[in-house]
Design a protein around this ligand. Sequence first.
Ligand SMILES: Cc1cc2nc3c(=O)[nH]c(=O)nc-3n(C[C@H](O)[C@H](O)[C@H](O)COP(=O)(O)OP(=O)(O)OC[C@H]3O[C@@H](n4cnc5c(N)ncnc54)[C@H](O)[C@@H]3O)c2cc1C
Length: 474
Amino acid sequence: MEKHEPERVVILGGGPAGLAAGKVLADHGRPCTVFEQDEAVGGLSRTHSYQGFLFDLGGHRFFTKKNELDQFLRALLADELIDVARSSKIYFRHRYFNYPPTLLNAFFGLGPITSAQILLTFLREKLRYQKPAIVTLEDWMVSQFGRAMYEIFFKTYTEKVWGIPCSQGSAIWAAQRIKGLSLLATLKEAVWPGTKDRPVSLIGSFKYPAHGIGRISERLAQEIRKHGEVRLNSRAAQILHDGRRVTGVRVQTRDRQSYDFPGGRFFSSIPVTELVQNFDPPAPPEVLEASQALRYRDLLIVVLLFDAERITQDTWIYIPDPEIPFGRLHEPTNWSPAMSPPGKTALVFEYFCFETDPIWKEPDGRLIEMTRESFRRIGLAPGAADRIIGGCVVRAKKAYPMHEIGHEQPLQILQEFVNRFGNLTLIGRYGTFIYNNIDHSIETGIQAAQNLLGARPAGTGAIPPDEYLEVKYE
Ligand SMILES: Cc1cc2nc3c(=O)[nH]c(=O)nc-3n(C[C@H](O)[C@H](O)[C@H](O)COP(=O)(O)OP(=O)(O)OC[C@H]3O[C@@H](n4cnc5c(N)ncnc54)[C@H](O)[C@@H]3O)c2cc1C
């Protein structure tokens, strides 16, 4: 074992959550060591670079309804932040619609019959005398949008993202992520744009670091290194413990070295399932069994590079069509011109899948060719496919924690097991198994560090569920 001061804080995972915790500790002169398995920090919020092009794993905007977090970000990135106007489209029946739909765009695009169906099925839900129980994702969406809108727009896209029928997804997902979004809110935004209580999904502009969302993590790591350390290519392979406290981690490096690292306190932002599976001595069988019951959705990114200034005008373009293999695309140059070399641009295509799907193992060249072909088919920019000058592929495992019906019980078993260890705190998207955003992840890290430093009263570590509601009252 390496020798360290007994109260050294060990942080597992160098994404926004782990790094935010480390920064708060470093600000207070408290030594900490972050272990990150990849060759760079950032996790899912990392900005990748290829041949001079920068891209996120699917465009990441920073948005928070909390002033403290907003200030945290501004202090960290200062003049690197730019304002990006949000403009999204959705591809439906071989045409592109604004998202959220403007009244005229939807009426003329969908035609009077479909528009009337949308309105009538929505009214039927709103006027129901007895409201049905909301258990599944489908229940929630039908109640908010009416059945026609759900089937036309939301069902196909949501099922593409999750890979399961909406009837098997838990309504908790929607309650956490898109609460406040409804046909009524969308119509209100179409008629009176910019009302104060609009849901986040409809917010008109957001902050973005000029060189990609990964700058948040890079800056956090810089701050940590003033008093602590960030070890890259270092996987927490085993969690060593004495039954009551975690005593250290067995670290495995890329070059296959292995060493034990002791610590006094541990924050973990790595997937909670993997954490408990790697306890040494092993966790009890019922805990290991529960860890197998929780699933993740994986993400495959294909980037096409173009010898062209711009291809689209939008921040995101959604492709629910089941005939097209990717689900969403964005053009990083629209977010910040600094993301591409002068005169060039790129498109980033998101394929939602499981790592066990055949597509995961397709060779990169085949994926790039398939993406080029599908890009032609969606008719977004006729002729642009002829200006493709290259491409690359990134595979991101465990991109989304899956909130399937019944996931609460195994999750609770894992949480109760971890709670037995007084010096281990779960943080971040994967520590908490909550489908959260960067701001929430950062917040869990900050709170864990502040609790440890005694800067906030004990017991305030967990973010209450209603904090996840995505409506910002300014
Ligand atoms: C396609 C997509 C789009 C998104 N868009 C947005 C958006 O627009 N806005 C927004 O706010 N959020 C967005 N998010 C969510 C955002 O990416 C996450 O909320 C955020 O990155 C979570 O931070 P984290 O630190 O909790 O986890 P992560 O970013 O996952 O970081 C965890 C880190 O732990 C490391 N790790 C895992 N296992 C080990 C191990 N055994 N040892 C050492 N290290 C390990 C990983 O390599 C990773 O670096 C999006 C996510 C996806 C997938």
